[in-house]
Design a protein around this ligand. Structure first.
Ligand code: GP9
Ligand code: MN
Length: 685
């Protein structure tokens, strides 16, 4: 028997055999860690496959280094590499347990308070079984020491070592190709660290993160307090005074920000077969107490939702590439809406979203922005059929959010991010009672159906707010974050708009999204000012009467009289009530006709372009250089991120405590009685 075993296992006594055994064990344990310690959310066979194989290419590359060395040294090197690699897994397991994210080099360098916080709790969160990641190494070393596995001292051909290295690069390349086909823009758009690990693996994540951190810290290090001067100078010249008939009119009210996913302005009052797509939002839009803006543009780039969030709550632009929330959200200093409102007006601040908290790095960024609570996937009951695409269906999301909203001490600032109206606009039959459009473009046609579903969910939520006694004392803001139908669908867009053909100018107009502010007693109406997402924060702060004269915000109050109405698009194009510059062409905004400019016109357009380029680049400088660390507005205290936790248990305890102390929640006002939430969601019947 022993002999049989020896013969069968003799391959491990060769260098290559031992190498493959080491890698095999490393592969298995990495995969076990993927499955048990991280929530990577691999869906479908391509993602499952990539998750399974992704430890291999990098392992071949890194462990393969040992093959270039002789005799014993090669064996010890393999073990040392194994220890380092396993420690990387080990550290990530612990970090993930606490922060639901992977370690970044920025954090390890200790330039953030997250690091300190981790040290304290390290002992508490380590489990004995975490040390399992070292078991294979210990076993291999013992087997070597007691000569069950013999060291192969014969010289190993360079050629073979080189082949392994070449093979590993080839595999990595193939892996990256498959990953990018499944998720285009994986590295450029930087959605979520979980995605990088899921598709490419922990080693590739480390390499990518090291590269990014290096790039970031170089710009961060070269930035200094005096860079803030040009920003302050610009803002001083561009600050407008608020409109006195609106300033402070909504002081002390709760604020709801309802993020209507991929919702475009053209949907408002739009009909299919004579039926309104969004009857509830239309009513809201035309309500005499709603301020509605019909020349309001989304200004997002690759960061999509996260760019919209960045603009709405910071009045800073998203970046030309990638997502600022993902890349800078954890480390940078921010002076965002939640922090301003809680510090200066005693607001409770909470975000709600039916997706995993890591997407767009929300779980870290929201802390930097001062959100006290972040209700995400783990706070919601999930049953089969409750979710579609990225997460919870809107009707179920709103319904389940209600019980948390009721517990928030008032006044509160609550942002609810919907999801169902997201590409590819899928929805089950039970929830589809609206006709699709008939452009023949499969991506476009179901858009109105999910938009209709979102509208119904919105309607149910409004009914609930009235019942819970929250409608009257709240300012309800609703906005579309970005387009749902991209410019790649020209023929379909033309049909939707009833045109024979769309120009680039039409496509720019197609970037309009709704922006509406409703409050009891608010003087409403449709306002035609040209503006965009960058302008939201100053508008809201003025309505709430929160002093906003020395903050670093690039937008202007949409209600202010002398505001600059040139709306910047992230690519440097712009639109204003007079001229629009799209690509190299200037259009007359009123007629949509392309212009050949007179000298005088050219001067005006150049001035506008200059304004746009300046504001975009200064905003980028604030983010790239982390300039807000050098500047604190009066009455503002730097946000202490470590004071927030979004983990279910401690957060709910904190909420219960706050409610008991303040006695201002809707639940307390309703004498402890939960308001019944009415929904026709078929899943809940
Ligand atoms: C994911 C959701 C979608 O959580 O917010 O983001 P998007 O793809 O629209 O940027
Ligand atoms: Mn979005």
């Amino acid at each position: 028997m022993a002999n049989f075993f020896k013969r069968r296992m003799s391959w491990v006594n060769t260098r290559m055999g031992f190498f493959l055994l080491t890698i095999g064990l490393f592969w298995v344990k990495t995969y076990i860690a993927y499955q048990t310690e991280f929530t990577l959310g691999a869906k479908g066979s391509v993602q499952q496959f990539l998750l399974l194989i992704n430890p291999l290419p990098a392992a071949l590359l890194v462990f393969g280094i040992a093959l270039y060395f002789r005799g014993r040294l090669a064996y010890w090197l393999m073990m040392i590499i194994n220890v380092l690699e396993s420690t990387w897994i080990f550290a990530n397991v612990l970090y993930y347990r606490e922060f639901s994210d992977f370690l970044s080099f920025g954090i390890m360098k200790g330039s953030s308070d997250v690091g300190n916080n981790l040290g304290k709790s390290l002992a508490q969160i380590t489990h004995v079984y975490d040390f399992f990641v070292y078991v294979d190494i210990i076993v291999l070393i013992i087997l070597l020491v007691i000569h069950v596995i013999r060291i192969d001292a014969r010289p190993f051909k360079r050629r073979y070592a080189l082949s392994i290295t070449v093979l590993s690069f080839g595999l990595m390349f193939a892996e990256f190709g498959m990953a990018n086909a499944d998720r285009s823009g994986l590295l450029t758009r930087t959605f979520d660290n979980n995605y990088i690990v899921k598709y490419l693996g922990l080693n590739e994540y480390a390499a990518f993160n090291a590269y990014q951190t290096q790039k970031e810290s170089a710009t961060r290090a070269s930035a200094n307090a005096s860079d803030m001067k040009s920003v302050l100078k610009y803002l001083k010249q561009n600050r407008v005074s608020p409109n006195v008939s609106y300033y402070g009119k909504e002081k002390g009210k709760n604020v709801f920000v309802i993020h209507l996913e991929s919702f475009q302005q053209f949907l408002i009052d739009y009909k299919v077969n004579g039926k309104e797509v969004t009857p509830n939002l239309n009513k809201f839009y035309h309500n005499q107490n709603t301020l509605s803006f019909d020349n309001f543009y989304n200004q997002v780039a690759q960061g999509k939702t996260s760019d919209a969030e960045m603009m709405l709550e910071n009045s800073l632009f998203g970046l030309p590439q990638g997502s600022a929330m993902t890349t800078y959200g954890t480390q940078n200093t921010f002076q965002a809406a939640p922090a301003i409102l809680s510090q200066q007006a005693g607001y409770t601040t909470a975000a709600f979203h039916g997706d995993v908290p890591s997407f767009w790095n929300r779980d870290n960024t929201y802390k930097s922005w001062g959100y006290q609570y972040f209700f995400s996937s783990s706070y919601y009951t999930e049953k089969s059929g409750y979710s579609v695409g990225y997460g919870l269906k809107d009707k179920i999301f709103f319904k389940q959010s209600a019980k948390y909203i009721e517990q928030l001490p008032q006044p509160f600032y609550a942002k609810l991010i919907t999801l169902t109206n997201h590409y590819p606009y899928e929805l089950d039959k039970k929830n589809t009672d609206f006709p699709a459009t008939k452009t023949g473009d499969k991506t476009v046609d179901p858009y109105v159906q999910t938009a209709h579903y979102l509208d119904q969910a919105f309607g149910e939520f409004m009914t609930y707010l009235k019942k819970a006694g929250l409608y009257k004392n709240s300012m309800i803001v609703a906005y579309g974050d970005h387009y749902g139908i991209s410019n790649n669908h020209r023929p379909a867009i033309a049909q939707l708009l009833g045109k024979s053909k769309v120009t680039n100018f039409d496509l720019a107009q197609f970037q309009k999204v709704p922006f509406m502010i409703h409050a009891a007693g608010l003087k409403g109406g449709i306002n035609h000012t040209y503006g965009g997402e960058i302008d939201v924060l100053p508008t809201l702060l003025d309505l709430l009467g929160v002093k906003n004269t020395d903050t670093i915000q690039f937008g202007q109050d949409l209600l202010a009289k002398n505001r600059n109405q040139t709306v910047a698009f992230r690519n440097g194009n712009f639109i204003s009530p007079t001229y629009a510059k799209i690509g190299g062409t200037v259009y007359d905004t009123r007629t949509g006709k392309a212009l050949s400019l007179t000298t005088a016109q050219k001067k005006t357009v150049d001035k506008m372009q200059n304004h746009v380029t300046t504001e975009l680049s200064l905003s980028d400088r604030v983010i790239y250089g982390d300039l807000l660390r050098f500047y604190t507005p009066k009455n503002f205290t730097k946000v202490d991120k470590s004071s927030f936790t979004y983990k279910y248990k401690p957060a709910m305890e904190k909420l219960a405590e706050a409610e008991k102390k303040e006695k201002t929640s809707a639940l307390v006002k309703n004498k402890g009685k939960e308001t019944t939430y009415k929904t026709d969601a078929p899943e809940l019947k």
